[in-house]
Design a protein around this ligand. Structure first.
Ligand SMILES: [Zn+2]
Length: 264
């Protein structure tokens, strides 16, 4: 029996997928990855994401400016982003956030770009997709304040979560979902199994972040949506539940957070 999985964070617009795009989608469908959210990171990427969502029924898009691209967030780019945000099948704003790992960076630029996108999320009523790398201490209080200030807003997701239980708890209490990716399959992740077990089933999402972060056994290769199965299986084993149950719960969470139609 095939699983019903949703890849909640893929970068399908990137040139890595251009040579065999239709085969990538076919392999995903054969693996039970039936819905894909493609994540925009800058204006050209957002435009492609919106185009892909228009062409493929089961692909949805988000539009945003990634913290590592925040230098591109001119006034013109931000107003273009606001226009793209109301396109059909744009289900969230982001990926945005803070990244103090990739150098050099301007903290002020990243913060301004993040705050603009948090406002845009509220204006459009859409959730936010957050990237945080070596920046939790700065971004967590900001996101918690934002969430508390907008109680009826759908909040959003902390993608590729790599924090501890205490950090997970802060985000969960503020109403955020937590998304885990292929790194849960790495031997080095053993020390964070307690975090992977802690996240409540109704707040957990699965993602590939492809073409980045392939699961164990595919490391060094391009990641793709069909590999989500391996991550789902590993996480189900860690949480000691059947993979079908994990797939069902996480797919339901994605549909709830991003307002996707229910299927079957
Ligand atoms: Zn991403």
């Amino acid at each position: 029996m095939s699983l019903d999985l949703i890849d909640s964070h893929a970068h399908l617009d990137l040139p890595d997928f251009a040579p065999d795009f239709d085969d990538v989608l076919k392999r995903a469908a054969n693996a039970g990855v039936n819905t894909l959210i493609t994540i925009g990171i800058d204006i050209p990427s957002n435009k492609k994401a919106v185009e892909l969502a228009a062409v493929y029924d089961h692909v949805y898009a988000t539009v945003g400016i990634h913290p590592c691209d925040s230098a591109s967030a001119t006034a013109e780019a931000l107003s273009e982003l606001a226009d793209l945000a109301i396109s059909p099948k744009v289900v969230a704003i982001g990926e945005t956030g803070l990244d103090f790992y990739h150098k050099p960076y301007s903290e002020a630029n990243q913060l301004n770009t993040l705050v603009y996108q948090l406002d845009l999320a509220v204006q459009t009523g859409k959730p936010i997709v957050i990237h945080s790398r070596q920046a939790d201490a700065t971004i967590a209080p900001l996101l918690v304040d934002w969430a508390n200030g907008h109680p009826s807003h759908p909040k959003g997701v902390i993608h590729c979560f790599g924090g501890n239980i205490e950090m997970a708890d802060r985000y969960i209490k503020a109403g955020f979902y937590i998304s885990l990716g292929g790194y849960v399959t790495y031997p080095s992740s053993r020390k964070t199994y307690d975090v992977y077990r802690y996240i409540p089933g109704e707040r957990l999402l699965l993602e590939t972040d492809c073409p980045f972060l392939p699961p164990q056994g595919k490391r060094g290769e391009r990641n793709e949506p069909s590999y989500l199965v391996q991550t789902a299986q590993a996480l189900a084993d860690i949480r000691e539940i059947p993979v079908e149950e994990l797939a069902r719960a996480t797919a339901r969470n994605v549909r709830r957070l991003f307002g996707l139609p229910e299927i079957g």
